[in-house]
Design a protein. Structure first.
Length: 304
């Protein structure tokens, strides 16, 4: 109770009618109102300006902190000067008292031979007055020393409370930023999984379509082979029945050989076309994959 009383007296003598706690609370309220207004405007304009507002708020808090430290150093320096001035004044009083005491001793030694009893009475009277003055000075010095200690304790308590409040604000901001980062990472992971699932579905569709085309090509080749075998068998039977048409049949066989060469050439051309289509599909798939990777890379760089 005494410490709080002297701290309020010291605060009124130093700052006036407005106490630092009231000024600090008013300043914190104004800072919070201004910060909330800026945050509300930022949320209405664009979500991307959140980082800049945080940086400005942090820079403002950092400047306030440094201004308060400079003010506290100035107050401590002024308090040290006042303490040094008080010590110098007390030392000067002691020196003056010592000089007067020495002069009085010289005077007593000179007047001792003439005024014995009177000098003893005067000496007793002076001792009693000095004892009373010494007791008063010691009591005042103890009160000043106690007040100085109480001022130091009050400043330490105020600094600790300010640091604790700043730590609480920093912890709330850190928890909020961590939650935002976790949400962003979850969204990016979900979008990546969705893109991968879509690419996998497209690739599976392409694979099934390629398998169907391959099966159709195999069926066509088997059908063509069967037709060719049946045609050869009928030609062989006609050769056994009509020996007289050997020359004509040879011409037919030559025509069939030419047709077979054309069919082989056409088959080679079809296979080449299918390979080129497969290569084009593979290149398109690779290009889409590169586009997806570039999209995610640009988005990651923007997030960073």
């Amino acid at each position: 109770y005494l410490a709080r009383k002297f701290f309020y007296l010291w605060a009124k003598m130093t700052f006036g009618q407005v106490l630092p706690s009231k000024a600090r609370s008013f300043y914190d309220q104004k800072i919070l109102q201004k910060t909330f207004g800026q945050w509300k405007e930022w949320w209405a304009v664009c979500r991307e300006r959140k980082l800049s507002l945080r940086a400005e708020s942090h820079y403002r808090d950092f400047l306030c902190h440094w201004i308060f430290r400079a003010w506290r150093a100035y107050v401590c320096q002024q308090q040290g000067r006042r303490n040094k001035h008080w010590v110098a004044e007390s030392h000067a009083k002691k020196q003056k008292l010592l000089r007067s005491w020495q002069c009085w001793l010289v005077y007593v030694d000179v007047q001792r031979t003439k005024h014995g009893m009177q000098s003893v009475a005067l000496a007793f009277r002076e001792r009693s007055s000095l004892r009373v003055s010494w007791a008063v000075w010691r009591r005042q010095h103890y009160q000043k020393h106690t007040g100085h200690k109480m001022n130091i304790l009050a400043l330490q308590h105020w600094a600790q409370s300010l640091q604790f409040r700043a730590w609480l604000q920093w912890r709330e901001l850190y928890i909020y930023s961590q939650n935002e980062k976790q949400k962003e990472t979850r969204a990016v992971t979900h979008h990546r999984h969705w893109e991968l699932r879509r690419c996998l579905g497209a690739w599976l569709g392409y694979l099934s379509l390629h398998r169907v085309k391959k099966h159709q090509n195999e069926l066509a080749q088997e059908l063509h082979r069967g037709q060719t075998l049946r045609r050869c068998f009928s030609n062989w039977r006609l050769l056994l029945e009509c020996r007289r048409r050997i020359h004509a049949r040879q011409k037919d066989l030559e025509k069939q050989a030419a047709l077979w060469a054309v069919f082989a050439h056409w088959k080679h051309y079809v296979l080449c076309v299918e390979e080129s289509q497969q290569c084009e599909l593979a290149e398109e798939h690779y290009r889409l994959h590169l586009l997806v990777l570039q999209k995610f890379w640009n988005r990651w760089k923007c997030r960073l």
